[in-house]
Design a protein around this ligand. Structure first.
Ligand code: GLU
Length: 488
């Protein structure tokens, strides 16, 4: 499937600051698509230089959810690769010499200003609505001793880049064409804790890891001029850039974990979305369907037609109705046995333990549930009746109140009919009960079967009645019919 394009190296570079954002999956998908299209490589790099926001569980959640989604990386912290290590905290020695070089060349300088002084500076710039904002370069050109005489001094300096007046602000983007960004501040490159900032580390690593295409969210456009300066100063060729549109809520606001549960990648796992449905959904965000006829397409089809210029820069709305539709469609397209396995696995992992017998019930319900499931998580509720011992079945009040005077007769006739059935398949049950109740007793199917549904499931609404009965088995069904009959 590879094209005649030169093999590209791409990466996704999440920061492990919490459970993964759906945007990480979106970026991974598009990065991976181009890596596959060109026969190149897709790299996972963990950008863990922000120690204040670091969360220990986050990296595992990132790798587990991306793997769940079927977006594998060729190189990464867990699989290794020629440019290891792939965790920035393990590469601190790598960055330092480049920082020193920038200082020696006059492209960067030490800054001993305290956080308090910087906060004060920011406040006064805001108050005076200053046209020039950002760091005021108090430390520029001063030795440590000179600076120490002034207020707001701290012992350990940071290193800042010296952004020149003529910094180029326009760059080429594979999706957007020519893009203009605002003038950057004298960005910190090395922090007091000895860790590089994102800006320093990302440029060094993208270069050393041979990344040819930097594909990331639109929020990084304003950082790109800084990165381009660094590439130039270090004498390196810059990669190509593609800034993907931001995902948006239906009210067009940026999707955030604080406001929208669907911003959390784990939410989709917990809800019972199929990874292939979510992958297909992400393929359609700001991107046209692979096929004119249908929005359903495989990853390979997506890769086949992949082009940066097809991406729409308008932030796509994250439409859960569409995802639900896709999920239902993928559920219906699964072989029944596979749906059964996924249901058992889902219930066990995310809902509750299952005994061997209960697993068999859930597995056996796949064919019955397949036409009506939206999420894997819906199954457990629909199967409550089948996972409850006969003696514990509770008849809902609203279900009981539906029973008519015909109920005792219906239940008696049903027991007699079902007892005599030689095989307890849903077809045989359907035929037997129709013959007795509808044709024999002359009852309307609605009346006849409503009473049976209440007896068997305890509810007004349930999965299809005859299939529910077949799932329960003859003994259980008869016990339940008799029990309701006895209570009337
Ligand atoms: N670590 C950055 C993030 O968390 C990566 C940005 C980039 O891809 O350059 O989004």
């Amino acid at each position: 499937m590879t094209s005649d394009l030169p093999p590209a190296r791409l990466r996704v570079a999440p920061s492990p600051t919490g459970d993964p954002h759906v945007g990480t999956a979106y970026m991974s998908l598009f990065n991976l698509a181009y890596a596959r299209k060109t026969g190149g490589a897709f790299v996972l790099r963990i950008e863990d230089t922000d120690r204040a926001r670091y969360q220990a569980d986050s990296e595992r959640q990132i790798t587990e959810t991306l793997r769940w989604l079927g977006l594998p990386w060729d190189e990464g912290p867990d699989v290794g690769g020629p440019y290891a290590p792939y965790r920035q905290s393990e590469r601190l020695d790598t960055y330092r010499p480049y920082v020193d070089r920038l200082v020696a060349d006059g492209h960067a300088y030490y800054c001993w200003c305290t956080p308090e002084r910087l906060a004060e500076l920011r406040k006064s710039q805001e108050r005076s609505k200053a046209s020039v904002t950002g760091y005021d370069r108090l430390c520029l050109g001063k030795t440590r001793e000179e600076r120490a005489l002034l207020p707001g001094f701290q012992e350990t300096p940071v290193v800042r880049m010296l952004v020149p007046d003529d910094v180029p602000l326009v760059f080429d983007d594979l999706i957007r064409g020519s893009v203009a960004a605002p003038r950057p501040d004298d960005q910190v490159l090395l922090k007091t804790d000895g860790f590089p900032t994102y800006h320093m580390a990302v440029v060094v690593d993208d270069h050393l890891m041979g990344i040819t295409h930097v594909v990331r969210g639109e929020e990084w456009i304003s950082s790109t001029p800084k990165h381009l300066l660094l590439y130039g100063w270090l004498g390196w060729d810059a990669p190509a850039f593609a800034h993907m549109p931001l995902l948006r809520n239906t009210d067009r606001s940026k999707i955030s974990k604080r406001k929208n549960p669907a911003a959390r990648l784990l939410w989709f796992v917990e809800q019972g979305y199929l990874p292939e449905a979510l992958r297909n959904f992400l393929q359609l965000l700001a991107y046209p369907p692979a096929d004119d006829e249908s929005e359903i397409s495989t990853f390979d089809e997506f890769v086949e037609g992949f082009e940066w210029t097809k991406i729409n820069t308008v932030g796509p709305i994250f439409d859960l109705d569409k995802l639900n539709w896709l999920n239902g469609t993928y559920i219906r397209n699964l072989p029944v046995a596979e749906l059964g396995e996924r249901l058992v696995d889902f219930v066990r992992t995310h809902q509750r333990p299952l005994t061997v017998a209960e697993s068999a019930v859930v597995y056996g319900a796949a064919a019955m549930l397949q036409p009506r499931l939206v999420l894997l998580s819906d199954a457990l509720d629909q199967l409550t009746f089948a996972l409850t011992p006969d003696a514990d079945l509770v008849i809902d009040e609203d279900a009981r109140s539906q029973l008519t005077d015909a109920a005792p007769g219906v239940l008696d006739a049903a027991v007699a009919t079902l007892e005599a059935l030689p095989e307890f398949t849903h077809e045989a049950i359907d035929e037997g009960l129709r013959t007795t109740l509808v044709e024999g007793l002359g009852l309307k199917p609605r009346v006849a079967f409503a009473a049976l549904r209440v007896a068997v499931t305890g509810r007004k609404v349930s999965p299809p009645l005859f299939e529910s009965m077949a799932l329960l088995g003859k003994e259980s069904v008869l016990a339940r019919l008799r029990s309701l009959r006895a209570s009337l």
